[in-house]
Design a protein around this ligand. Structure first.
Ligand SMILES: Nc1nc2c(ncn2[C@@H]2O[C@H](COP(=O)(O)OP(=O)(O)OP(=O)(O)O)[C@@H](O)[C@H]2O)c(=O)[nH]1
Ligand SMILES: [Mg+2]
Length: 355
């Protein structure tokens, strides 16, 4: 079973039908050389990598402070290849899939939109097929748990009322073919967290276009959509940067698909970045949108949260423009904020605290 490395990084599971281009996209994202499938001989296995999030704001701050250390945010990707079929081994493989994806906070669902060994693309059918497999997988978990609770009830053990109620509602949704992420009450219920339901995770649909194919229209439900040319992106990711630039122009590639994908991940997870910046280190931190200053301090260090006094805050662009904290203070742009201040995307924060 894969174990996600590190703490605090966004964790993304890459799923998709066999041959949809999961490993191609994983390799483009991570610069790894994981083995690709050949048609008819699907490669089995799980790939795992940690990627630094490209961030122009961090680079600008680094140019200003010239620190000894630059620490970008990181994202962890896991690429799982699991085959769906109707045979007896199905249960085991679903367990495997659920286990591999359990720690993932969001899913990138890769959909094939290129010819694969003469097979024309059928993106809508593929998308719906895997989505309904995930719905069935969750339904199986829900039914198992309900059976257990009902058995216990017969033996006089009272079921946990809230969990039972939520499970009944989840079953109703899944039976109607609806993913659990459509209902926040269910997808975010602490009582259901332990099940790691696959359809409760936020989704980015990644439409993987062939080199010259035009994007087909695709209906996605409660998910973000990103269109990329996976195979071309992989080629570009292996080129030196000046050549990559030329290649991109030639093929009319969208600006760095890798950046788009990572940003889409941040969006569906409702994540933002703030920065700490000084001569020692310039660093990006990832938090949920809506996080208060005192909680953001806790992301940096628990002492900072406990001993929080106040935060000094400036938008990264203002700091870069003015050139120093001193100049920012003189301009009145370095604000004093209290513990309840909601940290904004792009804030540079100095935490004042006592231990
Ligand atoms: N033309 C084209 N071919 C692609 C693209 N993406 C992937 N392929 C090819 O499709 C085949 C399958 O790609 P993989 O990335 O291995 O697919 P996968 O989803 O990881 O497959 P499994 O691991 O077997 O589930 C490979 O031969 C790729 O080179 C694309 O965007 N365009
Ligand atoms: Mg693969």
């Amino acid at each position: 079973m894969p174990i996600f490395l590190g703490l605090g990084a966004m964790k993304i599971g890459i799923i998709g039908l066999p041959g949809s281009g999961k490993t191609t996209i994983f390799n483009a994202l991570t610069g790894r050389g994981a083995e690709l499938s050949r048609a008819g001989a699907w490669h089995r296995g799980t790939n795992l990598a940690v990627v630094q999030v490209p961030d122009a704001r961090l680079s600008a701050l680094a140019r200003l402070f010239n620190p000894s250390k630059i620490t970008p945010a990181t994202v962890e990707f896991v690429d799982v290849a699991v085959e769906f079929s109707e045979d007896k081994a199905r249960d085991g493989r679903l367990e495997e899939l659920i286990a591999a994806l359990r720690p993932a906070q969001a899913l990138f669902h890769v959909v094939r939109a290129f010819d694969l060994a003469g097979l024309p693309p059928q993106p809508q059918a593929d998308l719906d097929r895997l989505e309904s497999e995930l719905v069935i997988t969750d339904l199986i978990s829900v039914e198992r748990r309900l059976e257990r609770l009902e058995k216990d009830a017969k033996r006089g053990k009272r079921p946990p009322a809230r969990e039972y109620e939520l499970l009944l509602k989840a079953r109703e949704m899944l039976e109607a073919g609806r993913p659990l992420r459509l209902d926040r009450e269910i997808s975010e219920a602490p009582e259901l967290k332990g099940f790691a339901f696959l359809t409760a995770k936020p989704v980015v649909v990644v439409l993987n276009l062939g080199d010259e194919a035009e994007a087909p229209s695709l209906k996605v439900e409660a998910a973000a959509l990103v269109v990329i040319r996976g195979a071309l992106e992989l080629e570009v990711s292996q080129l030196p940067s000046e050549e990559a630039e030329v290649f991109r122009k030639e093929y009319g590639l969208y600006e760095s698909a890798v950046d788009h994908l990572i940003q889409a991940g941040y969006r569906v997870l409702d994540l933002i970045s703030f920065f700490t910046a000084g001569e020692k280190e310039v660093r990006a931190w990832t938090i949920r949108a809506g996080t208060t200053a005192v909680k953001a301090a806790g992301a940096v260090h628990s002492d900072m949260e406990r001993g929080f006094i106040r935060a000094e805050v400036i938008f990264w662009e203002d700091l870069v423009r003015l050139g120093s904290y001193q100049a920012a203070r003189e301009e009145g742009l370095l604000r004093l904020e209290g513990r309840d201040y909601i940290v904004q995307d792009g804030d540079v924060v100095i935490f004042r605290f006592k231990v």
